[in-house]
Design a protein around this ligand. Structure first.
Ligand code: BGC
Length: 761
């Protein structure tokens, strides 16, 4: 047998003299051993931690420093010497953001970064369908892989505390259980595709106004019971690989430098082993961030090698001012994420803009649409009877996906409401369009904020001049039509649903109250479609139009999804993830009218409403909301059978099952969201009157019944007890209410947890 090592052909071993053989063996050994000596960190078969330790042991101090701060807008430097790629990340949360220049916020000007624009976070939550959240995460993962991204800056899970919050549209609503279910499912969908999620913004980033400096004063219970659960579930249930610190302060320290939040709660109590990155330009000091639990500094407004975790950190470690061990821990966490995404092992190829991705976008958008009101069954529209349709409003033609701040997407295409309606009508009716209102012209100021948001100013004078004439024309169009559809609401412009600022009022902007009132007076068959990510006031006109639909920002398929619902191809099944108040003063954050509660005074904002956020407040204070949390109508009707409750285990092992039959008693197929709220009876501590603890979405053909099973555990009944720093269930009684919204409770059963219990942390 001849052994071949490249060009040299050797005789068989036996034919050679012993010394030659020994030498040759040595030579051959070296070559043959080469693959066996491939660094252990490259061996995909080894446990992740072993690979991380091996890689860490090979790094110089300078290389470690290069891993813990940004080297471009959205990467760190990697370790070129060892072939370790930069950790590449992208916004988030609604798809993969367009490519940004390495060292400025200017778009990179690429043509391969048109992406699938999914509906916004609030819309996803409004589906109450966690399977869709998993699919949503899967779409983003595939597109992220195609774009070479390791981390997607998604999901955003901050609780909607005020209806004015500029980023409410990105988040999963006002309830911690709902938000945590959507956080978990989105993260699972994403990370199953070898892309790390980055849950944000940890924590208490509940307003945009003063977001960089405001110090949140909140009780321990509200922190644990409302503001942290979605993050906790992201870590403990979904195994999220990264977390983004928030801009604001808590306990006097910025959240990206916050020992209590990052070291004690996140990494200590919850055992988080992934990496904590800063929000962009949210770090304020080397020592504070280094000891405060931050692992990766991003977006600081300085040259990259001047970042707090760049040269200043290198020098501090060299001088011995800061210890090496925490630096190693930070590097470990960065490497763990990189390796967990299989960045060194060859990930499956990605895919962009596939028909499947577009189908997910459309399904999420359609299932998110909430039918708020439908008196006289005006909807769904029947093209056998409707021959002229007036589509009125700026949002009928406005492209939304490319705006809103860091969540904007360079959509491959976007079907506007008008385009979707025209396509669906397909020439069977005449569609006429009138603008109805004109948002003020926004002029760029040439300034860009820390997050890369171009700053604008408004031309309010032009707005006033246009308003009357536009309304007159819209009314004329409505008179000509069998049905008028006003597509209004908010947009992603300045002071609307946009990052960097909160809204200034609950009212619909741009003169729409008058527009809607006059169109509805001119045509009794008026449908109002609201495109918005936050509650808006409707009292000035709500009595008049028979139908009101909340369509959110539905992503690139928004117009198709809206037409699906308006014409009855899809039966609406969305439910509100936030309460719609009648007026701002009805909502907890604004009830006092004091700046202390919003937006804050002397640098601090006090969450005095405590546990009573969202519907918890409206229930406790017996305030009638405009539309309650969980509300959403259907074109059919559902009946709920009496409940059966059973339980197994006790203490921390308690499992409670609540079962009922849901029946579609109408004539159309549809889906109902079965919602379970617990009401404590005789609790030994203050508790909200009811809290959502389980839900399930069930699709039913006309006349069909299905059993629905909802499960609860000890934590479902527990409150956080700051005196023992743990979750505790008092042996109180509970009423379990099941129904179609927080105010549409159909069936109730009593339940007594077998014994009081303190849950392990
Ligand atoms: C936002 C983050 C975003 C980051 C990067 C920040 O301004 O708060 O949500 O991920 O910018 O664009």
């Amino acid at each position: 047998m001849q052994l071949s090592i490249g060009p040299l052909t050797l005789p068989p071993f036996s034919a050679r003299a012993p010394r030659t053989v020994a030498l040759l063996l040595c030579f051959v050994g070296l070559i043959a051993a080469a693959p066996a000596q491939a660094p252990r960190f490259r061996d995909a078969a080894l446990p992740l931690d072993e690979r991380v330790e091996d890689l860490l042991s090979r790094l110089t101090l300078e290389e470690k420093i290069a891993l813990v701060h940004a080297d471009t807008k959205f990467t760190n430097a990697g370790v070129p010497r060892l072939g370790i790629p930069p950790l590449r990340m992208s916004d988030g949360p609604h798809g993969v953001r367009e490519e940004i220049s390495p060292d400025s916020w200017k778009p990179a000007g690429r043509t391969d970064d048109f992406a699938t624009a999914l509906p916004v976070g609030a819309a996803l939550a409004a589906t109450w369908n966690v399977d869709l959240a998993r699919a949503y995460g899967g779409v983003i993962a595939a597109e992220a892989r195609q774009r070479g991204k390791h981390i997607m800056l998604t999901p955003g899970v901050n609780i909607v505390r005020t209806p004015l919050g500029g980023r409410n549209f990105e988040y999963f609503g006002e309830d911690p259980w709902l938000a945590s279910r959507f956080a978990v499912a989105t993260i699972q969908g994403l990370q199953a595709g070898d892309v790390a999620a980055c849950v944000k913004h940890f924590a208490l980033n509940n307003q945009e106004r003063y977001r960089g400096s405001i110090d949140v004063v909140v009780s321990e219970r509200a922190l644990r019971e409302l503001y942290l659960p979605a993050f906790e579930a992201a870590v403990r249930e979904a195994g999220v690989l990264s977390v983004m610190g928030a801009y604001n302060k808590y306990l006097g320290a910025h959240c990206c430098e916050n020992d209590r939040l990052l070291n004690r709660i996140l990494k200590g109590e919850w055992g988080f082993r992934g990496l904590v990155m800063s929000d962009w330009n949210a770090v304020h000091g080397t020592r504070e961030a280094f000891l405060g639990g931050l692992d990766l500094e991003m977006g600081t407004r300085k040259p990259f090698d001047e970042f707090y975790f760049a040269r200043p950190l290198l020098e501090a470690v060299k001088r011995g001012d800061l210890p090496l061990a925490p630096l190693d821990d930070k590097v470990r966490r960065n490497l763990r994420v990189l390796l967990a995404t299989r960045a060194l092992d060859g990930r499956a190829p990605g895919a962009m803009n596939t028909p499947e991705h577009q189908a997910v976008a459309r399904q999420v958008a359609a299932e998110s649409i909430v039918l708020l009101k439908n008196s006289a069954d005006l909807l769904p529209l029947d093209l056998a009877r409707v021959k002229t349709i007036a589509v009125i409003g700026d949002n009928a033609t406005r492209l939304q996906c490319h705006a809103g701040g860091s969540s904007a997407i360079k959509a491959l295409y976007e079907i506007t409401p008008l385009a979707g309606i025209i396509e669906r009508v397909g020439g069977r009716a005449t569609v006429i369009h009138a603008a109805g209102y004109q948002p003020p012209v926004e002029r760029g100021t040439g300034k860009i904020d820390a997050a890369g948001i171009a700053q604008t100013e408004l031309d309010a004078a032009a707005e006033k001049a246009a308003a009357n004439e536009l309304i007159d024309r819209a009314v004329a169009a409505a008179r000509l039509a069998d049905v008028a559809i006003v597509v209004g609401g908010l947009n992603h412009g300045r002071d609307q649903d946009a990052e960097g600022a909160d809204r200034l009022s609950l009212a619909l902007p741009f003169g729409q109250d008058e527009l809607i009132a006059r169109v509805a007076a001119a045509n009794p068959h008026t449908v109002v479609v609201l495109v918005a990510g936050s509650p808006v006031a409707m009292d000035p006109w709500l009595e008049r139009p028979p139908s009101v639909v909340l369509a959110w920002y539905g992503g690139m398929e928004a117009g198709h999804a809206l037409a699906d619902v308006l014409f009855g191809d899809v039966n609406p099944s969305g439910k509100l993830p936030v309460t719609f108040p009648r007026r701002l003063a009805d909502s907890p954050t604004h009830a006092s009218g004091s700046v202390r509660n919003y937006p804050g005074e002397n640098g601090r904002v006090f969450y005095d409403e405590d546990l009573l956020v969202g519907y918890r407040w409206f229930d406790a204070k017996a305030i009638e909301p405009l539309f309650p949390f969980g509300h959403g109508l259907s074109y059919t009707k559902f009946d709920f059978s009496p409940l059966r409750v059973s339980s197994t285990g006790s203490g921390a092992d308690l499992r409670v099952t609540v079962e009922c039959e849901v029946r579609n008693s109408g004539l159309r197929a549809g889906a109902e969201v079965v919602q379970l709220y617990i009401e404590p009876v005789g609790a030994d501590v203050e508790r909200p009157p009811q809290e959502l603890k389980a839900f399930a979405k069930v699709a039913l053909a006309p006349g069909e019944s299905k059993p629905v099973r909802l499960t609860l555990d000890a934590r479902s009944f527990a409150t956080y007890d700051p005196t023992v720093s743990a979750w505790r269930v008092a042996a109180a009684a509970f009423r379990l209410h099941v129904g179609g919204s927080s105010r549409d409770r159909r069936q109730t059963v009593e339940f007594h947890p077998p014994a009081a219990v303190v849950l392990p942390r």
